[in-house]
Design a protein around this ligand. Structure first.
Ligand code: DC
Length: 656
């Protein structure tokens, strides 16, 4: 994974088991409750990620002893409701599950605090929570824009009010924050919810977590909640955190689209997390779901492999707002449109998720309709199906993860993939473990060694696609030449490479509508190609274009860095070469046959120079990788060379 993007190859099938990271929602709740409780709590299988790191840091700053143990366990010595540090600045990143409850708890902690986050956190509304807390005497002021973080908190005024009203229709985290803080007041307090409470299952997690720490909230339907006088948190000793049900959704969807069975471990259908209901949504699309005590498994609809697909659905997703994003990308693989309704809360999450999902789904070829609280996805139709695209992630972990599913239909690039660290730091490693990518045979080697001919024949024998990557460098050189851009203008040539309008139809190559199959083979363009290929920005600009050739059933790619850089996970890697004399003689024969003048001595010199440039350049130098088979064709016929490559291919153990 590079820092800025990850390229996912198209995958053929998905199957296996994934141990889920701990639930973010449960982790951040129980971390805070353990800090407020009397006694020491050992929290097992806690999520270790950016969002929980914000909570760990905040608790430590507030003087709570937080000890990291082995195997994602954490020990917290609670402060019995009296946070030791009474003056602190807390930076909470973009962690809503840390910001909201901490605001509420600190409002009643009797100290002076400042709470800040990343710029997006400062765009996420918090007025409803602050209004509720102020009714109970809290002294909170906005340091930036009214109604949004950052916040300054001072000790509360004494307040005997016993009823507070809070809006429930923007974010259930306001109610959650309030409820978690109320036992600190010491008096009976009633919370009345104004408006329809959204995301109720998250409030259930709050109530269950508080109960685990000894505080029973009385609930009267979803309108009124009472925390009795004298309620206080008490450590239950050990708390096991369930696996994250939202994180489970990506793998269950992978199994439902890509065959399966795919099992997620750490959460069962009896979980307290609302997002386990995502499994029902998948089932309503036709997926096969089974489950046990601590696992859920998903497979594609029956009968497998007979072209039976998931069916588009219309679904109210208020109860599964996060996992619903996974449904939006699953919809790309369904028959007919999928409509997700009652998702207005998407607009105030890590980003405006309705707008972001619509924009990115369209890049893949879907038609998308959106409204203030719904999204409708029409999957792309036709033989082409999904098209390769670079997906932007808006600093939103769920966008990065849910778009990975598109790899079941196309190669794709995901920009800024490290955003998954918010809840699932090793997501892409898990993804790679349970998916089987379209196979690649990488044939690298020296100029005129015959690799193009061998690679084409191997592709024909297998019925696979063929990528002549050298042609892309040649096309770049030709297009730059036509545009009057000098070879050493790196940015200029890279822009040409990024915008190449090319079409490969068998042996015919078109550049902006002109046939250039012969023009790119001239000696002048050959020399120029080798020069532009040495420019790092040009190589970067052509990287995804090359990877997008990796389509089912397989790809044979020829070039200089196929096995080392472009397709490092190629199952078969070959380094093909021949003596300079033999290569010059072959090139000489080709040119003479085409009626062109040639000299063996000049060709030999030129080949030596090109070998030198290709193998000495700073980026992606041509060299035989330790994992590549060497094939010297000096004294081999093409048939023998092809047979040798096919023999190596057959020896690769098959996966899945
Ligand atoms: O394979 P070819 O001769 O058509 O390649 C043309 C030029 O492009 C050659 O000088 C090497 C360069 N090239 C490269 O640097 N990396 C590749 N993957 C393919 C070709």
């Amino acid at each position: 994974m590079s820092g800025d993007f990850i390229d996912l190859p198209q995958v053929l099938t998905a199957q296996g088991r994934v141990r889920l990271p701990g639930s973010k929602s449960i982790s951040n709740r129980v971390l805070l409750l353990a800090a407020l409780a009397v006694g020491r709590t050992e929290l097992r299988e806690v999520l270790v990620s950016d969002d929980t790191a914000r909570m760990f840091d905040a608790l430590r700053t507030l003087g709570v002893a937080v000890e990291l143990l082995a195997d994602n366990a954490v020990a917290i010595t609670g402060c019995g409701g009296m946070l030791p540090v009474r003056q602190a600045d807390l930076f909470l990143g973009n962690a809503g599950t840390a910001f909201r409850p901490l605001t509420a708890v600190l409002a009643f902690s009797g100290g002076h605090y400042r709470l800040t986050g990343v710029p997006r956190m400062h765009e996420r509304p918090i007025a409803d929570l602050v209004d509720g807390l102020r009714q109970l005497g809290a002294d909170i002021s906005y340091l930036g824009v009214e109604g949004f973080p950052p916040l300054a908190i001072r000790p509360p005024a004494s307040c005997a009010l016993s009823t507070v009203r809070v809006r429930g229709d923007v974010s259930s985290q306001f109610l959650t924050g309030l409820l978690m803080a109320l036992p600190l007041r010491g008096v009976e307090t009633k919370v009345e919810v104004v408006g329809e409470l959204i995301s109720k299952p998250y409030v259930d997690i709050t109530l269950a977590s508080m109960a685990r720490f000894g505080v029973q909230v009385l609930r009267d339907s979803w309108r009124c909640f009472t925390v009795r006088a004298g309620s206080s948190y008490c450590s239950p000793g050990v708390v096991h955190v369930e696996g994250d049900a939202s994180s489970a959704s990506y793998f269950l969807a992978l199994g439902a689209i890509g065959g399966g069975p795919m099992r997620v471990e750490g959460v069962g259908l009896d979980s307290i997390q609302g997002d386990v209901r995502f499994a029902d949504a998948l089932a309503s699309m036709g997926a096969r779901i089974t489950s046990g005590a601590n696992w859920i498994e998903a497979s594609s609809p029956l009968p497998e492999g007979a072209g039976v697909r998931l069916q588009g659905v219309e679904l109210d997703c208020n109860h599964i707002p996060d996992a619903a994003m996974t449904l939006a990308t699953t919809a790309l693989f369904a028959e007919g449109p999928t409509t997700l309704t009652n998702i207005a809360s998407w607009r105030v999450k890590e980003t405006d998720r309705i707008a972001a999902m619509a924009t990115e789904l369209r890049k893949l070829g879907a038609v998308v309709e959106q409204g203030s609280d719904f999204i409708r996805v029409f999957p792309p139709v036709g033989v082409q199906g999904l098209r390769p695209a670079a997906i932007d992630t808006y600093d939103d972990h769920r966008i990065a993860m849910c778009f990975s599913l598109a790899a079941l239909g196309t190669p794709l690039r995901i920009n800024d993939p490290q955003t998954v660290a918010k809840t699932f730091p090793d997501y892409f490693a898990c993804f790679a473990k349970v998916t089987r990518a379209v196979p690649v045979i990488a044939i690298d080697g020296t100029s005129a060694s015959g690799k193009g001919t061998v690679a084409t024949r191997v592709a024909q024998a297998l019925g696979w696609h063929y990528l002549d990557s050298g042609a892309l460098y040649r096309l770049t050189a030709l297009a730059a030449c036509r545009a009057g851009i000098p070879w050493d203008d790196e940015a200029g040539v890279a822009a040409i490479a990024a915008g190449l309008d090319v079409e490969f139809a068998g042996a015919t190559i078109m550049l902006s509508g002109d046939e250039v199959s012969d023009a790119i083979r001239s000696e002048e363009i050959s020399a120029a190609a080798s020069r532009v290929a040495a420019l790092p920005a040009v190589r970067a600009a052509l990287l995804f274009r090359q990877r997008a050739f990796r389509r089912p059933p397989g790809l044979v790619a020829d070039g200089r860095d196929m096995g080392s850089v472009v397709f490092p996970d190629s199952a078969t890697k070959v380094f093909l070469t021949a003596s300079v004399e033999m290569r010059a003689a072959r090139r000489y024969k080709q040119l003479i046959e085409k009626g062109m003048a040639a000299s063996i001595a000049a060709l030999s010199l030129d080949l030596r120079e090109r070998d030198e440039r290709d193998s000495q350049r700073s980026v992606a130098p041509m060299q035989q990788g330790a994992d590549a088979e060497l094939l010297d064709t000096t004294s081999l016929t093409i048939e023998t060379a092809v047979a040798q490559v096919l023999d190596w291919v057959n020896k690769v153990p098959k996966r899945g």
